[in-house]
Design a protein around this ligand. Structure first.
Ligand code: G3P
Length: 217
């Protein structure tokens, strides 16, 4: 499973990228707001750091304007994936931009039928939002499973980019189901390393090592 990092914070992206944890980056208007940066500038900076796909989201609501915004965003760098909302206009823009050879990430997906439409419109990535479904007492992971089944049934090549990931269990379940990519905030990716038995075991090793009175260096 590929790891995308869901942020526009440059320092986080650099740290995780240096560790080999970043196969791509996703941003959205809320993350651009949080960064306090200009969208064109920060997106260019991210594309200079990361070689994989970097999603940059349009904000227009109508297809022609989405296409124009998408083309402008795609001009930032070769690894831009234009992010479009899962609306009828978004699907129209998806078809045009993907036919033009651009990577397209269709976002705000909350149903398997929406994912089916995005695949038929040529999306490179579909972004189902797990956490936001869990927030309203639905099971976000059921959606990932349904999309996996449907895409595999018909050989759709659209990659499932599991988004709105909030926990280590979300990451694990996505990997079990076979999501192609998951995108998570830096803090969720860092938390994957934590295990109480690792901490406990290391504590014991350090105590015993101190008793040996030895040094390695
Ligand atoms: O990639 C989409 C993601 O940013 C949404 O996450 O936690 O705001 O639902 P969240």
């Amino acid at each position: 499973m590929k790891f995308f990092v869901d942020t526009a914070e440059i320092e986080d992206i650099k740290e995780l990228n240096d560790l080999g944890m970043v196969d791509g980056v996703t941003t959205n208007p809320s993350l651009i707001l949080k960064s306090g940066r200009d969208i064109m500038e920060v997106t260019k900076e991210i594309c200079d750091i990361v070689s994989g796909p970097v999603s940059a989201e349009v904000v227009a609501m109508e297809a022609d304007a989405m296409i124009a915004e998408g083309r402008k965003l795609a001009d930032i760098a070769e690894n831009i994936a234009v992010k479009l909302p899962l609306t009828w206009d978004g699907l129209k823009a998806c078809k045009v931009l993907s036919d033009d050879g651009m990577m397209v990430n269709v976002t705000l997906c909350f149903s398997a039928n929406q994912a089916l439409l995005a695949a038929k419109a040529g999306a490179t990535f579909i972004s189902p939002f797990i956490g936001r479904l869990d927030d309203i007492n639905l099971d976000g992971m059921d959606l990932i499973q349904d999309i996996r089944t449907i895409y595999d049934n018909y050989g759709f090549e659209t990659s499932i980019l599991a988004a709105s990931i909030r926990s280590a269990n979300h990451v694990l379940d996505c990997a079990r189901i076979g999501a192609d990519v998951m995108t998570a905030p830096p803090e969720v990716i860092r938390k994957l390393v934590s295990h109480p038995l690792t901490d406990k075991g290391l504590d014991q090793f350090m105590k015993d090592w101190a008793k040996t009175g030895q040094n390695i260096l």
